[in-house]
Design a protein around this ligand. Structure first.
Ligand code: CP
Length: 299
């Protein structure tokens, strides 16, 4: 594996190896990547992905160069292409973590890369490292991956995290996926087709309450204001789904509530106290999964 561009790259064996490595890295600080440099190049805002990758690299003894608002503060503002920027990164760093506002930008960068490129989110396309930490969270917190019923809620049209997770879940046996969204924000036909072709049971509904009791995982997502061309359309749809403490209590024992974060208003604050709420822990698992990825990619 040279680059991490999309979730479909990972098969069960690769996932098991990666997660076994992540298990050994919890709380670790070592010098295994001493002398190595990670460039984090973010053309869109981020808290978790950028800082957890940077923390992961430093915990492994490596160093970081970064531009957190590359759209404004890199030479992209002067018209430089992603390909030309990548040709610079080839000379300055040993690995690039790239978040971009255009779907496919990371693939384009990888075409001219001589160092590994990690897709840290490309517009509404994919966010494969989020999917890896999501799956790791499910294994840790539910204790299995085969035979699961996952309910994804919210902006499934623009949500790159759930798109990437869907590809990974299709690797497992006896998976059911319920997609809860208004018709305007429904999951893309490409993902629905991919899942059904692989034997995943897919249900689409607008009604959150009717599907809560059956779920092993409720995966909430934010309505992505920044992806709407029409502000009025966003105003119409925002606040459509809010998971309350009563909803959390109605979920079955052993089930969990996940969210890639950031949260706006789609999970009420008092849900945080429920033992089912694992979304902050989920973000923490991102650190060890990203340490494992960097260990595998950078040598
Ligand atoms: N989940 C996620 O990608 O968060 P950030 O946008 O803060 O990186």
């Amino acid at each position: 594996m040279q680059h991490v561009l999309e979730s479909q790259q990972f098969d069960r064996k690769g996932l098991e190896e990666l997660f076994a490595l992540a298990d050994t890295l919890e709380g670790v600080r070592n010098t295994s990547l001493q002398g190595k440099i990670m460039a984090s190049l973010f053309y869109e805002p981020s808290t978790r992905t950028r800082l957890s990758f940077e923390s992961a690299m430093q915990r492994l003894g490596g160093t970081v160069i970064s531009t957190e608002n590359a759209k404004e503060f890199s030479s992209a503002a002067k018209g430089e292409t992603i390909e030309d920027t990548m040709k610079m990164m080839n000379q300055y760093a040993d690995v690039v973590v790239l978040r971009h506002f255009e779907e496919g930008a990371c693939n384009r960068a990888s075409q001219v890369a001589t160092i590994p490129v990690i897709n840290a989110g490309d517009g509404p396309g994919q966010h494969p490292t989020q999917a890896l930490l999501d799956l790791y969270t499910i294994q840790k917190e539910v204790g299995k991956t085969d035979g699961l019923h996952i309910t994804a809620v919210g902006d499934l049209k623009h949500g790159r995290t759930i798109r990437s997770l869907a590809y990974l879940l299709a690797r497992y046996e006896n998976i059911s996926l319920t997609f809860v969204s208004p018709p305007e924000l429904s999951m893309g036909a490409d993902i629905l087709e991919y899942l059904r072709a692989r034997g995943v049971l897919v249900i689409e509904t607008e009604d959150l309450e009717s599907v809560l009791a059956d779920a092993d995982v409720v995966y909430m997502t934010r309505i992505q204001k920044e992806r709407f061309a029409d502000a009025g359309e966003y105003e119409k749809l925002k606040g459509k789904y809010v998971l309350t403490r009563a909803h959390a209590d109605a979920m079955k024992q052993g089930s969990i509530i996940m969210h890639p974060l950031p949260r706006v208003d789609e999970i009420a604050p008092d849900v945080d106290m429920s033992e089912k709420a694992v979304y902050f822990k989920q973000a923490g698992y991102g650190l060890t999964v990203r340490m494992a990825l960097l260990s595998k990619l950078v040598s």
